[in-house]
Design a protein around this ligand. Structure first.
Ligand code: NAD
Length: 260
């Protein structure tokens, strides 16, 4: 859709060796951006992934290990990147349990990775964007940033929190050529969702297909998963000149979930 208009820009995508982050990385690279891929692991596969994206899209791609549950590592990642014109705060985890049984350690981890990491990375990236005279902060929230589901207290709290952080970041940069928005995906079939299917099959005594159709996609009126390519295309759009006045808002890519 867009030519290589992001040539010369560097995008840092947190949590991007899998799923939505990797899908967004592909689309930003297709539009010409150099990339920093990230996760908490540091395996030969992680570095091979960076090499394969570089070869596929003809851009520079570095893989940098950093644990997004630790504020200082979030900030160090951005500093080590050396440039950060586009920051995609995507790293995220999930845990599902009723509030009285919800392990406090899982609450803390979800708030740290899904919410606080975006604060730390944004704090480190904004001065670089200001020096460069252009910037895009794209936070990956969720339909759960706008609505709730039972048993997902930490996730829903973190995702509502990131929508709030998005608005504040937008206000603090409103007079500059920097925008900040949140993409709110509905269900996308990535590892984070795949991991929930066996538990749901047990809880509901259903087959895999029934869990997908009757539990997961029951709130997604389209009856289809959204795709990582659609998240990537939305991120590229937010970097385009057409989106220069879009800031402080949420874009739902959820098959109609939040229209219900
Ligand atoms: P995923 O499990 O495929 O990806 C999560 C990524 O985060 C992985 O690359 C993982 O390595 C990374 N990560 C996890 N902990 C980390 C840490 N401590 N430090 C650095 N990286 C870490 O899942 P996904 O579906 O691609 O999720 C990506 C984002 O999209 C998350 O924020 C998630 O909440 C959000 N989201 C997903 C869906 C969905 O249906 N899949 C829906 C709405 C929002």
């Amino acid at each position: 859709m867009f030519e290589r208009f992001l040539g010369g820009k560097t995008a840092v995508v947190t949590g991007s060796n899998s799923g939505i982050g990797l899908g967004i990385a592909h689309e930003l690279a297709r539009a010409g951006a150099d990339l920093v891929l990230n996760s908490f692991t540091d395996t030969p596969q992680d570095h091979a992934l960076a090499e394969s994206l570089a070869a596929e899209h003809g851009v520079k791609v570095r893989y940098m290990q950093a644990d997004m549950s630790k504020g200082e590592e979030c900030r160090a990642l951005i500093e080590a990147a050396g440039a950060c014109d586009i920051l995609v705060n995507n790293a995220g985890i999930q845990h599902v349990a009723p509030i009285p049984d919800f392990p406090a350690e899982r609450w803390d981890a979800i708030i740290a990775i899904n919410l606080s990491s975006a604060f730390h990375a944004t704090a480190a990236a904004l001065p670089m964007m200001r020096r460069a005279g252009w910037g895009r902060v794209i936070n990956i929230a969720s339909a759960h940033g706008l609505t709730a589901s039972e048993y997902k207290s930490a996730y829903v709290a973190a995702k509502h929190g990131i929508v709030g952080l998005t608005k504040v970041t937008a206000l603090e940069t409103a007079k500059e050529p920097i925008t900040c928005n949140a993409i709110c995906p509905g269900y996308v079939l990535t590892p984070i969702v795949e991991k929930q299917i066996p538990d749901q099959m047990k809880t509901h005594n259903m087959s895999r297909d029934d869990v997908i159709a009757k539990v997961m996609l029951q709130r997604q009126p389209s009856g289809q998963f959204a795709t990582v390519e659609q998240m990537g295309g939305t991120a590229v759009f937010l970097c385009s000149p057409a989106a220069a006045q879009i800031t402080g808002t949420t874009i739902s890519v959820d098959g109609g979930w939040t229209a219900l």
